[in-house]
Design a protein around this ligand. Structure first.
Ligand code: AR6
Length: 179
């Protein structure tokens, strides 16, 4: 049974096949969820990332998960919000879509996302949550590999935005909201 889960969680603690990292184009680590993932995975992650040669905004690259409970980390630089006229919405959709494609290629059945671009990159949460859920829902409907996609919200405010977006959208895959 396919499902989308919205929960309040630290993504570094979730045991899924792949977690997604809201990275930057260098793929060499940073603050926010990126910093937390690198700390929890250990130094081997940076070593593998260094060999990847960066990643364009909206694209995605995969590494192993090292000390994380997740087997893989999919790194995607989301767009920096610059007012909305720099293709930010399509680039954010690309981050979700290309991460899901990569997860599928690696046979991942369970994938967890953070709220990409809504922290340091300042993408408006209402728009970002709508793009995230619409893209995940569309992909999951047509996937024969991915079964469960979790959105790990780091704070209550973010979780509420995703709950609201799920209610406003006409979701095809069942959504479970957990505390
Ligand atoms: N688990 C889940 N979500 C988290 C965690 C965590 N452990 N820690 C933070 N968040 P951000 P961005 C949430 O800033 O906006 C880095 O420096 C956070 O509260 O991590 O895409 C990169 O290297 C927010 O809701 O990512 C880039 O330079 C969400 O994750 C830049 O930040 C995203 O916030 C990327 O900025």
């Amino acid at each position: 049974m396919k499902q989308i889960r919205i929960l309040l969680a630290d993504i570094t603690k979730i045991k899924v096949d792949a977690i997604v990292n809201a990275a930057n184009t260098s793929l060499l680590g940073g603050g926010g969820v990126d910093g937390a993932i690198h700390r929890a995975a250990g130094p081997e992650l940076l070593k593998e990332c260094t060999a990847l040669g960066g990643c364009e905004t909206g694209q995605a690259k995969i590494t192993k998960g090292y000390n994380l409970p997740a087997s893989y980390v999919i790194h995607t630089p989301g767009p920096v919000w610059r007012g909305g006229s720099r293709n930010e919405e399509a680039l954010l959709e690309g981050s979700y879509l290309n991460s899901l494609k990569l997860a599928e290629e690696y046979g991942c059945k369970t994938v967890a996302f953070p709220s990409i671009s809504t922290g340091i990159y300042h993408f408006p949460l209402d728009k970002a949550s709508t793009i995230a859920l619409r893209t995940i829902d569309g992909f999951l409907q047509n996937s024969s590999i991915i079964e469960v996609v979790t959105v790990a919200c780091f704070d209550e405010h973010t979780k509420q935005a995703y709950e609201q977006a799920a209610q406003s959208l006409n979701m095809h895959v069942p959504v479970e909201i957990t505390d």
